[in-house]
Structures are given as structure tokens and as C-alpha cells.
Design a protein around this ligand. Sequence first.
Ligand code: FES
Length: 105
Amino acid sequence: MCRRRRTRDAALTSEQTVLTIILIRVYTMPMIICVCKAVSDRRIRAAVKEGASSMRDLTRQLGLGTCCGKCLPDAKLVLHGCLRARDESAASVVDFPAAGSELLA
Ligand code: FES
């Protein structure tokens, strides 16, 4: 491999590394959904994990949407994404019979 190509490949690699770092930071930063009440997507996800399953639940628990209401469409998207992910992960769990249940039948 010639020296010039090695240098170009090294530059590409460092550019890819920088892009990867930027993407990781963007995707791991909390996104504010409700500006009025300072509610982030992480707080919505946590509320869904704790049992919230509707916009009413989120409004009661987090107060989002109670001021200007402009956050409601985005909050709905986050909520539905969380619920879909929760349902898919629940469906992927294989339901094994309890140990010894065949003896009871
Ligand atoms: S942005 Fe959520 S109530 Fe105003």
C-alpha cells in the first residue's frame, strides 16, 4: 500500500471516528419535549417504564401539555414509540411453563 493511500485511509478513519462520537452524543442527549415544564424524552420513557400508558397519565405525572400544549404531538410520538417498543419486547419473551407444572396437570 502506498504512503499516500495510507494517509488518506487514516484521515477517513479519524473522520469516521469524529462522526461516530457526534452521533453518540446526539443520540444520548436528552431531548426536551415540553419546554414549558422542562420534560425530556427520557422522563417520558421513564414514566412509561413505571406504568404510564396514555397522554392523560403523562400529563398527570409530568405536567407536560398543561401550559401551551404545543408539546402534545411530539409527546404522543414518544409515548407511542415507547409503548410499541414495550409491546414488542413483551411479545419476544417466550412463555415457558412453570417448573413442575406438567406434574400438576
Ligand atoms: S411546551 Fe409543553 S405545555 Fe408548553
